[in-house]
Design a protein around this ligand. Structure first.
Ligand code: G4P
Length: 528
Protein backbone atom coordinates (compact mmCIF):
# COMPACT_ATOMS: atom_id res chain seq x y z
CA UNK A 1 0.00 0.00 0.00
CA UNK A 2 1.23 3.43 -0.82
CA UNK A 3 1.93 5.76 2.04
CA UNK A 4 2.01 9.50 1.62
CA UNK A 5 4.78 11.80 2.70
CA UNK A 6 3.85 13.18 6.09
CA UNK A 7 5.60 13.68 9.38
CA UNK A 8 2.64 12.35 11.38
CA UNK A 9 0.95 8.95 11.39
CA UNK A 10 -1.50 8.84 8.49
CA UNK A 11 -5.22 8.12 8.83
CA UNK A 12 -8.21 7.19 6.70
CA UNK A 13 -11.29 8.46 8.48
CA UNK A 14 -14.44 7.36 6.68
CA UNK A 15 -18.08 6.35 6.99
CA UNK A 16 -20.23 3.82 5.19
CA UNK A 17 -23.43 5.22 3.71
CA UNK A 18 -26.20 2.91 2.60
CA UNK A 19 -29.87 2.09 2.76
CA UNK A 20 -30.91 -0.45 5.43
CA UNK A 21 -30.21 -4.06 4.38
CA UNK A 22 -27.69 -3.21 1.69
CA UNK A 23 -25.04 -4.93 3.81
CA UNK A 24 -23.37 -2.21 5.86
CA UNK A 25 -23.14 -4.31 9.02
CA UNK A 26 -21.74 -7.27 7.11
CA UNK A 27 -19.20 -5.10 5.33
CA UNK A 28 -18.21 -3.39 8.59
CA UNK A 29 -17.57 -6.78 10.18
CA UNK A 30 -15.47 -7.85 7.24
CA UNK A 31 -13.45 -4.65 7.20
CA UNK A 32 -12.71 -5.07 10.90
CA UNK A 33 -11.90 -8.71 10.35
CA UNK A 34 -9.57 -8.03 7.43
CA UNK A 35 -8.05 -5.25 9.51
CA UNK A 36 -7.49 -7.69 12.38
CA UNK A 37 -9.59 -5.65 14.81
CA UNK A 38 -11.92 -8.50 15.69
CA UNK A 39 -11.40 -12.21 15.76
CA UNK A 40 -14.55 -13.44 14.12
CA UNK A 41 -17.27 -12.02 11.97
CA UNK A 42 -20.58 -11.62 13.74
CA UNK A 43 -19.05 -9.77 16.64
CA UNK A 44 -20.26 -6.36 15.55
CA UNK A 45 -23.82 -7.52 15.78
CA UNK A 46 -23.22 -9.58 18.91
CA UNK A 47 -21.52 -6.74 20.70
CA UNK A 48 -24.13 -4.33 19.49
CA UNK A 49 -26.79 -6.50 21.03
CA UNK A 50 -24.93 -6.78 24.32
CA UNK A 51 -24.45 -3.05 24.44
CA UNK A 52 -28.10 -2.44 23.76
CA UNK A 53 -29.16 -4.88 26.43
CA UNK A 54 -27.15 -2.92 28.98
CA UNK A 55 -28.66 0.36 28.09
CA UNK A 56 -32.10 1.16 29.38
CA UNK A 57 -33.04 4.10 27.28
CA UNK A 58 -32.24 2.24 24.15
CA UNK A 59 -35.32 0.11 24.52
CA UNK A 60 -36.60 1.56 21.28
CA UNK A 61 -33.63 0.03 19.59
CA UNK A 62 -34.55 -3.36 21.00
CA UNK A 63 -38.17 -3.04 20.04
CA UNK A 64 -37.39 -2.06 16.53
CA UNK A 65 -34.12 -3.88 16.12
CA UNK A 66 -32.28 -0.84 14.94
CA UNK A 67 -29.34 1.19 16.00
CA UNK A 68 -30.08 4.77 16.93
CA UNK A 69 -26.57 5.66 17.95
CA UNK A 70 -23.37 5.93 15.99
CA UNK A 71 -20.07 4.58 17.06
CA UNK A 72 -16.47 4.69 16.01
CA UNK A 73 -14.36 1.70 15.03
CA UNK A 74 -10.64 1.74 14.47
CA UNK A 75 -8.60 -0.87 12.66
CA UNK A 76 -5.15 -1.13 11.20
CA UNK A 77 -3.87 -2.72 8.08
CA UNK A 78 -0.29 -2.73 6.94
CA UNK A 79 0.60 0.03 9.36
CA UNK A 80 -2.15 2.40 8.28
CA UNK A 81 -4.92 3.32 10.75
CA UNK A 82 -8.51 3.42 9.55
CA UNK A 83 -11.23 5.13 11.58
CA UNK A 84 -14.68 3.95 10.56
CA UNK A 85 -17.50 6.15 11.84
CA UNK A 86 -20.77 4.29 11.93
CA UNK A 87 -23.97 6.01 10.89
CA UNK A 88 -27.37 4.68 11.97
CA UNK A 89 -28.83 2.46 9.29
CA UNK A 90 -32.50 3.22 9.68
CA UNK A 91 -34.66 5.20 7.31
CA UNK A 92 -35.48 7.76 9.96
CA UNK A 93 -32.41 9.40 11.16
CA UNK A 94 -31.35 12.37 13.14
CA UNK A 95 -28.98 15.20 12.60
CA UNK A 96 -26.51 13.02 14.39
CA UNK A 97 -26.18 11.01 11.18
CA UNK A 98 -25.57 14.06 9.06
CA UNK A 99 -23.08 15.49 11.48
CA UNK A 100 -21.10 12.27 11.61
CA UNK A 101 -20.48 12.85 7.93
CA UNK A 102 -18.87 16.20 8.71
CA UNK A 103 -16.21 14.34 10.67
CA UNK A 104 -15.04 12.04 7.86
CA UNK A 105 -12.65 12.57 4.98
CA UNK A 106 -14.32 10.08 2.66
CA UNK A 107 -17.20 7.63 2.42
CA UNK A 108 -17.96 4.17 1.06
CA UNK A 109 -21.41 3.94 -0.53
CA UNK A 110 -22.83 0.42 -0.33
CA UNK A 111 -25.52 -0.49 -2.85
CA UNK A 112 -27.49 -3.71 -3.08
CA UNK A 113 -26.96 -5.16 -6.56
CA UNK A 114 -30.62 -6.11 -6.82
CA UNK A 115 -32.02 -2.79 -5.59
CA UNK A 116 -29.65 -0.12 -6.83
CA UNK A 117 -29.75 3.30 -5.27
CA UNK A 118 -32.38 3.64 -2.55
CA UNK A 119 -33.88 6.57 -0.65
CA UNK A 120 -31.46 6.76 2.24
CA UNK A 121 -28.43 6.21 0.07
CA UNK A 122 -29.41 9.28 -1.85
CA UNK A 123 -30.10 11.41 1.25
CA UNK A 124 -26.75 10.55 2.75
CA UNK A 125 -25.04 11.06 -0.56
CA UNK A 126 -26.46 14.60 -0.75
CA UNK A 127 -24.90 15.37 2.62
CA UNK A 128 -21.56 14.10 1.35
CA UNK A 129 -21.94 16.21 -1.75
CA UNK A 130 -22.42 19.38 0.34
CA UNK A 131 -18.85 18.93 1.49
CA UNK A 132 -17.47 17.29 -1.67
CA UNK A 133 -16.67 14.14 0.32
CA UNK A 134 -15.04 11.61 -2.05
CA UNK A 135 -16.98 8.39 -2.42
CA UNK A 136 -15.99 4.84 -3.27
CA UNK A 137 -18.96 2.78 -4.46
CA UNK A 138 -19.30 -0.87 -3.41
CA UNK A 139 -22.04 -2.77 -5.24
CA UNK A 140 -22.76 -5.61 -2.85
CA UNK A 141 -24.32 -9.07 -3.07
CA UNK A 142 -23.09 -10.08 -6.52
CA UNK A 143 -23.32 -13.66 -5.27
CA UNK A 144 -27.09 -13.20 -5.58
CA UNK A 145 -29.20 -12.42 -8.61
CA UNK A 146 -28.86 -8.73 -9.30
CA UNK A 147 -29.39 -6.14 -11.99
CA UNK A 148 -26.98 -5.81 -14.89
CA UNK A 149 -23.68 -4.16 -13.95
CA UNK A 150 -24.22 -1.54 -16.66
CA UNK A 151 -27.65 -0.65 -15.33
CA UNK A 152 -26.28 -0.28 -11.80
CA UNK A 153 -23.30 1.83 -12.82
CA UNK A 154 -25.47 4.03 -15.05
CA UNK A 155 -27.87 4.57 -12.20
CA UNK A 156 -25.06 5.86 -9.99
CA UNK A 157 -23.89 8.15 -12.78
CA UNK A 158 -27.35 9.48 -13.66
CA UNK A 159 -28.98 9.77 -10.28
CA UNK A 160 -25.99 11.15 -8.44
CA UNK A 161 -24.50 13.10 -11.34
CA UNK A 162 -21.06 11.59 -10.82
CA UNK A 163 -18.49 10.25 -13.23
CA UNK A 164 -18.13 6.54 -12.66
CA UNK A 165 -15.14 4.32 -13.12
CA UNK A 166 -15.58 0.55 -12.70
CA UNK A 167 -12.50 -0.98 -11.07
CA UNK A 168 -13.57 -4.61 -11.33
CA UNK A 169 -16.28 -6.58 -13.08
CA UNK A 170 -18.48 -9.40 -11.83
CA UNK A 171 -18.15 -12.61 -13.80
CA UNK A 172 -21.82 -13.52 -13.78
CA UNK A 173 -24.09 -12.98 -10.79
CA UNK A 174 -26.25 -15.14 -8.55
CA UNK A 175 -26.25 -18.81 -9.60
CA UNK A 176 -23.90 -17.97 -12.48
CA UNK A 177 -21.42 -16.07 -10.31
CA UNK A 178 -17.89 -17.22 -11.17
CA UNK A 179 -15.84 -14.50 -9.53
CA UNK A 180 -14.47 -11.01 -10.10
CA UNK A 181 -12.19 -9.71 -12.81
CA UNK A 182 -9.96 -6.77 -11.82
CA UNK A 183 -9.99 -4.21 -14.61
CA UNK A 184 -6.98 -2.62 -12.94
CA UNK A 185 -4.73 -5.66 -12.49
CA UNK A 186 -6.35 -8.03 -15.01
CA UNK A 187 -6.55 -10.85 -12.48
CA UNK A 188 -9.35 -13.21 -11.57
CA UNK A 189 -10.69 -13.94 -8.08
CA UNK A 190 -12.82 -17.07 -7.94
CA UNK A 191 -15.06 -18.71 -5.33
CA UNK A 192 -13.42 -21.53 -3.43
CA UNK A 193 -14.59 -25.03 -4.19
CA UNK A 194 -16.36 -25.29 -0.85
CA UNK A 195 -20.10 -25.37 -0.49
CA UNK A 196 -20.59 -21.73 0.53
CA UNK A 197 -18.40 -20.55 -2.37
CA UNK A 198 -16.63 -17.82 -0.42
CA UNK A 199 -13.48 -16.12 -1.58
CA UNK A 200 -10.34 -17.58 -0.03
CA UNK A 201 -7.84 -14.99 -1.22
CA UNK A 202 -6.66 -16.88 -4.27
CA UNK A 203 -5.81 -14.63 -7.24
CA UNK A 204 -4.94 -15.79 -10.77
CA UNK A 205 -3.08 -13.29 -12.91
CA UNK A 206 -3.80 -12.95 -16.62
CA UNK A 207 -2.19 -10.78 -19.26
CA UNK A 208 -5.55 -9.27 -20.07
CA UNK A 209 -8.87 -10.12 -21.66
CA UNK A 210 -7.15 -11.76 -24.66
CA UNK A 211 -5.30 -14.21 -22.44
CA UNK A 212 -6.42 -17.73 -23.36
CA UNK A 213 -6.05 -18.74 -19.69
CA UNK A 214 -9.35 -16.96 -19.01
CA UNK A 215 -11.13 -19.72 -20.92
CA UNK A 216 -9.77 -22.33 -18.58
CA UNK A 217 -10.41 -20.34 -15.41
CA UNK A 218 -14.07 -19.61 -16.06
CA UNK A 219 -16.74 -21.09 -18.31
CA UNK A 220 -16.63 -20.28 -22.03
CA UNK A 221 -19.91 -18.44 -21.82
CA UNK A 222 -18.74 -16.34 -18.87
CA UNK A 223 -15.45 -15.56 -20.60
CA UNK A 224 -17.24 -14.39 -23.75
CA UNK A 225 -19.59 -12.22 -21.70
CA UNK A 226 -16.75 -10.78 -19.64
CA UNK A 227 -14.78 -9.86 -22.78
CA UNK A 228 -17.77 -8.14 -24.30
CA UNK A 229 -18.74 -6.32 -21.09
CA UNK A 230 -15.23 -5.22 -20.23
CA UNK A 231 -14.68 -3.84 -23.71
CA UNK A 232 -17.93 -1.87 -23.55
CA UNK A 233 -17.14 -0.65 -20.04
CA UNK A 234 -13.65 0.45 -21.09
CA UNK A 235 -15.12 2.47 -23.95
CA UNK A 236 -18.13 3.81 -22.07
CA UNK A 237 -16.83 4.89 -18.67
CA UNK A 238 -14.16 7.28 -17.48
CA UNK A 239 -10.76 5.92 -16.54
CA UNK A 240 -10.06 6.25 -12.83
CA UNK A 241 -8.73 9.71 -12.01
CA UNK A 242 -7.50 10.21 -8.44
CA UNK A 243 -7.89 13.99 -8.51
CA UNK A 244 -11.47 13.83 -9.80
CA UNK A 245 -12.25 11.24 -7.10
CA UNK A 246 -10.72 13.35 -4.34
CA UNK A 247 -12.71 16.37 -5.51
CA UNK A 248 -15.91 14.34 -5.21
CA UNK A 249 -16.56 14.38 -8.98
CA UNK A 250 -15.85 10.73 -9.77
CA UNK A 251 -16.56 7.50 -7.93
CA UNK A 252 -14.59 4.29 -8.46
CA UNK A 253 -17.02 1.37 -8.48
CA UNK A 254 -16.19 -2.02 -6.96
CA UNK A 255 -18.45 -5.03 -7.27
CA UNK A 256 -18.31 -7.53 -4.45
CA UNK A 257 -19.96 -9.65 -1.85
CA UNK A 258 -19.41 -8.66 1.74
CA UNK A 259 -20.91 -11.94 2.87
CA UNK A 260 -18.59 -14.08 0.74
CA UNK A 261 -15.53 -11.82 1.17
CA UNK A 262 -15.36 -10.79 -2.47
CA UNK A 263 -13.98 -7.32 -3.10
CA UNK A 264 -13.42 -6.50 0.58
CA UNK A 265 -9.62 -6.54 0.51
CA UNK A 266 -9.65 -4.52 -2.72
CA UNK A 267 -11.94 -2.00 -1.05
CA UNK A 268 -9.56 -1.54 1.91
CA UNK A 269 -6.70 -1.31 -0.53
CA UNK A 270 -8.52 1.40 -2.49
CA UNK A 271 -9.19 3.35 0.71
CA UNK A 272 -5.50 3.12 1.55
CA UNK A 273 -4.32 4.12 -1.91
CA UNK A 274 -6.82 6.76 -2.96
CA UNK A 275 -8.92 8.01 -0.05
CA UNK A 276 -7.72 11.33 1.29
CA UNK A 277 -5.60 11.73 4.38
CA UNK A 278 -6.99 14.29 6.83
CA UNK A 279 -7.46 17.52 4.94
CA UNK A 280 -7.46 21.15 6.06
CA UNK A 281 -10.68 21.80 7.94
CA UNK A 282 -12.78 24.86 7.08
CA UNK A 283 -12.55 27.31 9.98
CA UNK A 284 -12.69 30.99 10.86
CA UNK A 285 -10.52 33.00 10.54
CA UNK A 286 -8.50 30.48 8.48
CA UNK A 287 -8.67 26.74 7.68
CA UNK A 288 -6.93 24.43 10.12
CA UNK A 289 -4.17 22.42 8.47
CA UNK A 290 -3.51 18.91 9.82
CA UNK A 291 0.16 19.90 9.96
CA UNK A 292 -0.53 22.81 12.28
CA UNK A 293 1.30 22.02 15.56
CA UNK A 294 -1.54 23.38 17.76
CA UNK A 295 -4.10 20.78 18.79
CA UNK A 296 -7.51 21.64 17.33
CA UNK A 297 -10.66 19.56 17.10
CA UNK A 298 -14.41 19.88 16.97
CA UNK A 299 -17.30 18.12 18.64
CA UNK A 300 -19.56 16.45 16.08
CA UNK A 301 -21.64 14.33 18.40
CA UNK A 302 -22.60 14.21 22.05
CA UNK A 303 -24.05 11.11 23.58
CA UNK A 304 -25.68 11.53 26.96
CA UNK A 305 -26.51 8.93 29.57
CA UNK A 306 -24.64 6.06 27.99
CA UNK A 307 -24.92 4.56 31.42
CA UNK A 308 -28.28 5.42 33.00
CA UNK A 309 -26.80 4.98 36.50
CA UNK A 310 -24.53 7.98 35.99
CA UNK A 311 -25.41 11.12 34.15
CA UNK A 312 -22.31 10.75 32.05
CA UNK A 313 -22.01 12.03 28.57
CA UNK A 314 -19.37 11.58 25.96
CA UNK A 315 -18.51 14.24 23.44
CA UNK A 316 -16.96 12.87 20.25
CA UNK A 317 -14.17 15.10 18.99
CA UNK A 318 -12.61 14.86 15.56
CA UNK A 319 -9.00 15.89 15.84
CA UNK A 320 -8.02 18.25 12.99
CA UNK A 321 -4.47 19.28 13.86
CA UNK A 322 -1.61 18.71 16.28
CA UNK A 323 -0.65 15.76 18.43
CA UNK A 324 -3.07 15.18 21.26
CA UNK A 325 -1.73 13.79 24.55
CA UNK A 326 -3.73 12.54 27.48
CA UNK A 327 -4.13 15.12 30.25
CA UNK A 328 -3.83 18.08 27.88
CA UNK A 329 -5.80 21.22 28.59
CA UNK A 330 -7.85 22.46 25.67
CA UNK A 331 -9.79 25.70 25.47
CA UNK A 332 -13.41 25.70 24.49
CA UNK A 333 -13.53 28.46 21.89
CA UNK A 334 -16.31 30.90 22.65
CA UNK A 335 -16.48 30.38 26.41
CA UNK A 336 -12.72 30.35 26.89
CA UNK A 337 -13.19 27.53 29.41
CA UNK A 338 -10.16 25.28 29.88
CA UNK A 339 -11.07 21.59 29.63
CA UNK A 340 -8.54 19.12 31.01
CA UNK A 341 -8.86 15.90 29.04
CA UNK A 342 -7.73 13.34 31.63
CA UNK A 343 -9.55 10.26 30.47
CA UNK A 344 -10.11 10.46 26.75
CA UNK A 345 -11.49 7.40 25.02
CA UNK A 346 -10.14 6.00 21.78
CA UNK A 347 -12.46 3.56 20.13
CA UNK A 348 -10.91 0.30 19.10
CA UNK A 349 -13.57 -1.94 17.63
CA UNK A 350 -16.29 -1.66 20.27
CA UNK A 351 -13.96 -1.57 23.24
CA UNK A 352 -13.17 1.59 25.08
CA UNK A 353 -9.48 2.18 25.54
CA UNK A 354 -7.81 5.05 27.25
CA UNK A 355 -6.02 7.16 24.70
CA UNK A 356 -2.48 8.25 25.40
CA UNK A 357 -2.12 10.15 22.17
CA UNK A 358 -4.03 10.82 18.98
CA UNK A 359 -3.41 12.39 15.61
CA UNK A 360 -5.37 14.37 13.02
CA UNK A 361 -8.19 12.21 11.69
CA UNK A 362 -8.64 10.37 14.99
CA UNK A 363 -11.80 10.51 17.05
CA UNK A 364 -11.56 10.97 20.78
CA UNK A 365 -14.40 10.49 23.26
CA UNK A 366 -14.31 13.10 26.02
CA UNK A 367 -16.40 12.31 29.09
CA UNK A 368 -17.92 15.49 30.52
CA UNK A 369 -20.91 16.75 32.42
CA UNK A 370 -22.62 18.78 29.75
CA UNK A 371 -20.00 21.44 29.14
CA UNK A 372 -19.27 20.33 25.60
CA UNK A 373 -21.77 20.94 22.83
CA UNK A 374 -22.02 19.79 19.26
CA UNK A 375 -20.20 22.30 17.08
CA UNK A 376 -17.70 23.34 19.78
CA UNK A 377 -14.11 23.87 18.75
CA UNK A 378 -11.40 22.89 21.25
CA UNK A 379 -7.82 24.04 20.86
CA UNK A 380 -4.61 24.72 22.73
CA UNK A 381 -3.63 27.28 20.10
CA UNK A 382 -5.08 30.59 19.00
CA UNK A 383 -8.90 30.77 19.06
CA UNK A 384 -10.40 29.38 15.87
CA UNK A 385 -13.84 28.13 15.04
CA UNK A 386 -14.36 25.10 12.86
CA UNK A 387 -17.24 25.81 10.50
CA UNK A 388 -19.48 23.66 8.37
CA UNK A 389 -21.46 21.76 10.99
CA UNK A 390 -24.97 22.35 9.81
CA UNK A 391 -28.29 22.14 11.57
CA UNK A 392 -30.88 20.84 9.16
CA UNK A 393 -34.37 22.19 8.67
CA UNK A 394 -36.74 19.88 10.50
CA UNK A 395 -39.33 18.11 8.42
CA UNK A 396 -41.75 17.49 11.28
CA UNK A 397 -42.72 19.96 14.00
CA UNK A 398 -44.65 19.03 17.14
CA UNK A 399 -45.90 20.85 20.23
CA UNK A 400 -44.68 19.40 23.51
CA UNK A 401 -47.44 19.10 26.07
CA UNK A 402 -46.62 18.27 29.68
CA UNK A 403 -48.96 15.93 31.49
CA UNK A 404 -47.78 17.36 34.82
CA UNK A 405 -47.36 21.14 34.54
CA UNK A 406 -45.10 21.31 37.61
CA UNK A 407 -42.36 19.62 35.57
CA UNK A 408 -41.70 22.61 33.29
CA UNK A 409 -38.16 23.06 34.57
CA UNK A 410 -37.27 19.41 34.04
CA UNK A 411 -38.77 19.51 30.55
CA UNK A 412 -36.74 22.58 29.64
CA UNK A 413 -33.56 20.90 30.87
CA UNK A 414 -34.36 17.69 29.02
CA UNK A 415 -35.16 19.45 25.75
CA UNK A 416 -31.97 21.45 26.03
CA UNK A 417 -29.93 18.29 26.66
CA UNK A 418 -31.50 16.41 23.78
CA UNK A 419 -31.17 19.34 21.43
CA UNK A 420 -27.53 19.49 22.41
CA UNK A 421 -27.14 15.88 21.36
CA UNK A 422 -28.77 16.64 18.04
CA UNK A 423 -31.70 14.30 18.74
CA UNK A 424 -34.17 17.16 18.24
CA UNK A 425 -34.29 20.88 17.61
CA UNK A 426 -36.19 23.13 19.97
CA UNK A 427 -38.02 26.28 18.96
CA UNK A 428 -39.53 28.85 21.29
CA UNK A 429 -42.45 30.57 19.55
CA UNK A 430 -42.88 34.33 19.88
CA UNK A 431 -46.58 33.79 20.59
CA UNK A 432 -47.93 31.15 22.97
CA UNK A 433 -46.12 29.24 25.67
CA UNK A 434 -45.81 25.78 24.16
CA UNK A 435 -42.45 24.73 22.96
CA UNK A 436 -42.04 23.20 19.54
CA UNK A 437 -39.69 20.35 18.74
CA UNK A 438 -38.49 19.73 15.24
CA UNK A 439 -37.09 16.50 13.84
CA UNK A 440 -35.94 15.18 10.52
CA UNK A 441 -37.51 11.74 10.96
CA UNK A 442 -40.35 10.14 12.94
CA UNK A 443 -38.01 7.90 14.89
CA UNK A 444 -36.53 10.91 16.65
CA UNK A 445 -39.95 11.68 18.14
CA UNK A 446 -40.15 8.20 19.62
CA UNK A 447 -36.65 8.50 20.98
CA UNK A 448 -37.60 11.86 22.50
CA UNK A 449 -40.67 10.58 24.35
CA UNK A 450 -38.90 7.47 25.56
CA UNK A 451 -35.89 9.35 26.84
CA UNK A 452 -37.99 12.04 28.53
CA UNK A 453 -39.74 9.30 30.43
CA UNK A 454 -36.80 7.06 31.26
CA UNK A 455 -34.06 9.57 31.89
CA UNK A 456 -35.83 12.71 33.00
CA UNK A 457 -39.01 11.23 34.52
CA UNK A 458 -41.02 13.71 32.50
CA UNK A 459 -44.35 12.54 31.16
CA UNK A 460 -45.05 14.47 27.99
CA UNK A 461 -47.07 14.16 24.83
CA UNK A 462 -46.49 15.45 21.39
CA UNK A 463 -49.32 17.18 19.60
CA UNK A 464 -49.56 18.21 16.01
CA UNK A 465 -48.45 21.76 15.42
CA UNK A 466 -49.80 24.00 12.70
CA UNK A 467 -46.38 23.90 11.03
CA UNK A 468 -44.44 21.30 9.14
CA UNK A 469 -41.22 22.94 8.23
CA UNK A 470 -38.97 25.74 9.39
CA UNK A 471 -36.30 28.00 7.95
CA UNK A 472 -33.68 30.15 9.61
CA UNK A 473 -34.14 33.71 8.46
CA UNK A 474 -31.53 36.39 8.06
CA UNK A 475 -31.21 39.75 6.38
CA UNK A 476 -30.85 43.46 7.04
CA UNK A 477 -31.93 44.28 10.59
CA UNK A 478 -34.85 46.57 9.72
CA UNK A 479 -36.21 44.27 6.99
CA UNK A 480 -35.97 41.34 9.35
CA UNK A 481 -37.73 43.28 12.11
CA UNK A 482 -40.62 44.18 9.85
CA UNK A 483 -40.93 40.60 8.62
CA UNK A 484 -40.96 39.28 12.17
CA UNK A 485 -43.61 41.81 13.21
CA UNK A 486 -45.77 40.88 10.22
CA UNK A 487 -45.47 37.12 10.79
CA UNK A 488 -45.32 37.01 14.57
CA UNK A 489 -47.55 33.93 14.89
CA UNK A 490 -45.16 31.87 12.76
CA UNK A 491 -41.89 33.11 14.27
CA UNK A 492 -39.81 31.34 16.87
CA UNK A 493 -36.26 31.50 18.14
CA UNK A 494 -33.95 28.52 18.34
CA UNK A 495 -31.69 27.68 21.29
CA UNK A 496 -29.13 30.17 20.10
CA UNK A 497 -31.68 32.96 19.82
CA UNK A 498 -31.70 32.87 16.00
CA UNK A 499 -34.98 33.74 14.30
CA UNK A 500 -36.88 30.91 12.61
CA UNK A 501 -39.90 31.10 10.31
CA UNK A 502 -42.28 28.15 10.52
CA UNK A 503 -44.48 27.27 7.56
CA UNK A 504 -47.46 24.98 7.05
CA UNK A 505 -46.02 23.43 3.93
CA UNK A 506 -43.58 23.97 1.13
CA UNK A 507 -46.14 25.87 -0.88
CA UNK A 508 -46.55 28.47 1.87
CA UNK A 509 -42.82 28.61 2.32
CA UNK A 510 -42.20 29.32 -1.37
CA UNK A 511 -44.95 31.91 -1.36
CA UNK A 512 -43.46 33.78 1.60
CA UNK A 513 -39.93 33.44 0.24
CA UNK A 514 -41.03 34.80 -3.10
CA UNK A 515 -42.58 37.86 -1.48
CA UNK A 516 -39.57 38.53 0.75
CA UNK A 517 -36.68 38.18 -1.61
CA UNK A 518 -34.43 40.47 0.38
CA UNK A 519 -34.38 37.94 3.24
CA UNK A 520 -32.50 34.67 3.27
CA UNK A 521 -34.50 31.57 4.22
CA UNK A 522 -32.08 28.77 4.88
CA UNK A 523 -32.71 25.09 5.39
CA UNK A 524 -29.42 24.69 7.21
CA UNK A 525 -27.91 26.75 9.94
CA UNK A 526 -24.19 26.61 10.36
CA UNK A 527 -22.80 27.20 13.78
CA UNK A 528 -20.31 29.98 13.31
P1 G4P B 1 -27.37 -3.39 6.86
O1 G4P B 1 -26.39 -3.29 7.98
O2 G4P B 1 -27.00 -2.54 5.69
O3 G4P B 1 -28.79 -3.21 7.25
O4 G4P B 1 -27.30 -4.86 6.25
P2 G4P B 1 -26.71 -6.23 6.83
O5 G4P B 1 -25.25 -6.24 6.78
O6 G4P B 1 -27.37 -6.52 8.13
O7 G4P B 1 -27.23 -7.21 5.70
C1 G4P B 1 -28.60 -7.36 5.39
C2 G4P B 1 -28.84 -8.76 4.90
O8 G4P B 1 -28.13 -8.96 3.68
C3 G4P B 1 -28.35 -9.85 5.84
O9 G4P B 1 -29.18 -10.96 5.70
C4 G4P B 1 -26.99 -10.18 5.30
O10 G4P B 1 -26.54 -11.46 5.63
C5 G4P B 1 -27.24 -10.04 3.81
N1 G4P B 1 -26.01 -9.75 3.06
C6 G4P B 1 -25.08 -8.79 3.30
N2 G4P B 1 -24.11 -8.84 2.38
C7 G4P B 1 -24.42 -9.83 1.54
C8 G4P B 1 -23.78 -10.38 0.38
O11 G4P B 1 -22.73 -9.95 -0.07
N3 G4P B 1 -24.43 -11.43 -0.23
C9 G4P B 1 -25.60 -11.94 0.22
N4 G4P B 1 -26.13 -12.94 -0.43
N5 G4P B 1 -26.21 -11.45 1.32
C10 G4P B 1 -25.63 -10.42 1.96
P3 G4P B 1 -30.31 -11.32 6.71
O12 G4P B 1 -30.81 -12.65 6.34
O13 G4P B 1 -31.30 -10.21 6.78
O14 G4P B 1 -29.59 -11.29 8.07
P4 G4P B 1 -28.73 -12.43 8.77
O15 G4P B 1 -29.76 -13.30 9.40
O16 G4P B 1 -27.95 -13.11 7.68
O17 G4P B 1 -27.88 -11.71 9.73
Amino acid sequence: MASRPTTRPDRRTFAIISHPDAGKTTLTEKLLLFGGAIRAAGEVKARGAARRARSDWMKIEQQRGISVTSSVMTFEREGLTFNLLDTPGHEDFSEDTYRTLTAVDSAVMVIDAARGIEAQTRKLFEVCRLRSVPIITFINKVDREGRSPFELIDEVADQLALDVSPMNWPIGMGGQFEGLYSLERCDVQRPSGEADRSYDGDVTATTGLDDARLDTLISAQAAAQLREDAELAGAGYAAFDEVAYQNGDLTPVFFGSALKDFGVADLIDALARFAPSPRPQPAEPAPVSPDDPAVTGFIFKVQANMNPMHRDRVAFMRLCSGKFRRGMKLNQVGTGKAIAVHSPILFFAQNRETAEEAFPGDIIGIPNHGTLRVGDTLTDGPARTITGLPNFAPEQLRRVVLKDPTKTKQLRKALDDLAEEGIIQVFYPEVGGQWIVGVVGQLQLEVLISRLEVEYKVDAMLEPSPWNTARWIAGEADVLKTFIADHRAAIATDRDGRAVFMAKDNWELSYVEERNRSLRFSATKERA
